[in-house]
Design a protein around this ligand. Structure first.
Ligand SMILES: C[S@@+](CC[C@H](N)C(=O)[O-])C[C@H]1O[C@@H](n2cnc3c(N)ncnc32)[C@H](O)[C@@H]1O
Length: 283
């Protein structure tokens, strides 16, 4: 069997397991890249070569793991986010495409992308948001906070791999408690799942994303209460707080924000029409 046929066969098996066709084709290629050690371009140029029995076996084992619910990013240990590659380990949330909406919005708000801005990323996990922003704001510096030391190790690896490590300070801490200074803006994709609903999430999420990345407390809003209480004094005048929010949480978080003395500037909707990013400014 040639590599091309093995990719096709793998995609069919993934689709049989419930993946949508395009996703199955993309995942089959990613698994093959990982199993063969070829990058994307090498794989294309070597598709006509025969697949060795070892390669066939490696792919079979990976498809089995995928069928058991393990996300491809966990199997291959990396994920693409905002066009960059991120290492993913059990210590960090698998960076999600919907979080790119937040990065896009922050970048759209930067009048001068060369300006020497200073921002904080609270609950940085893999460093996805911080690294993507730094990669697109060449003079910016970031303080990236997480409560998990293991997550910060992953963020450090990702910052280095993407060439922004000299502009990020990684801090272990509880939300904004250990921070001082004054930031141009603060971003956060905090844990926001209602605790009782974690058990009902898809297996890919509940069994593979770290609990600390998901658990938003009894009503899912614990992290927003803390962020809204702590962020104001750490922002420069006119500085904005950008938070990713769960589908259906916009109304409650806007109410919390207004009660805490914030002005809600905007809510960014995802492709499904759900408000998923709130932009607020201290009044
Ligand atoms: C939803 S994940 C977001 C990860 C990453 N920013 C992203 O968007 O992919 C939330 C992160 O917040 C961290 N976290 C949870 N509680 C925290 C706290 N009290 N202080 C700081 N970080 C916390 C978790 O460890 C996790 O890495």
């Amino acid at each position: 069997m040639r590599i091309r046929e093995l990719i096709h066969q793998t995609a069919m098996k993934l689709a049989d397991g419930g993946l949508e066709k395009m996703e199955a084709a993309r995942d089959a290629r990613l698994l093959m890249q990982h199993a063969s050690g070829f990058d994307r371009a090498a794989l294309i140029s070597r598709e006509n070569e025969p697949a060795s029995p070892e390669l066939v076996e490696r792919i079979r084992a990976m498809v089995e793991r995928r069928a058991e619910g393990e996300p491809v990013s966990r199997i291959v240990g990396e994920k693409e986010f905002f066009g960059l590659r991120f290492r993913v380990t059990p210590a960090v949330l698998d960076p999600r495409p919907e979080t790119e909406v937040l990065v896009d919005r922050v970048l759209a708000d930067q009048g001068d992308r060369e300006a020497p801005t200073v921002f904080a990323d609270i609950g940085t996990g893999s460093g996805a948001i911080a690294v993507a922003l730094l990669a697109n704001l060449p003079s910016a510096r970031c303080v990236a906070v997480d409560i998990s030391g293991d997550a910060l190790d992953v963020a450090a690896t990702n910052a280095r791999a993407n060439g922004v490590d000299e502009r990020v300070d990684l801090v272990r801490g509880d939300f904004l408690t250990s921070l001082s200074g004054s930031f141009d803006f603060i971003v956060s994709n905090p844990p926001y799942i209602v605790r009782e609903e974690i058990a009902m999430l898809a297996r890919e999420v509940r069994e593979y994303d770290p609990r600390a990345a998901l658990d938003g407390g009894a009503d899912g809003l614990d992290a927003y209460r803390v962020l809204l209480a702590q962020a104001g004094p750490l922002l420069k005048p006119g500085g904005r707080l950008y938070v990713e929010i769960g589908a259906g949480q916009a109304k409650a978080i806007k109410t919390l924000a207004r009660a805490g003395g914030w002005h809600v500037i905007d809510a960014v909707t995802d492709l499904g029409g759900n408000e998923r990013v709130l932009v607020v400014i201290a009044m």
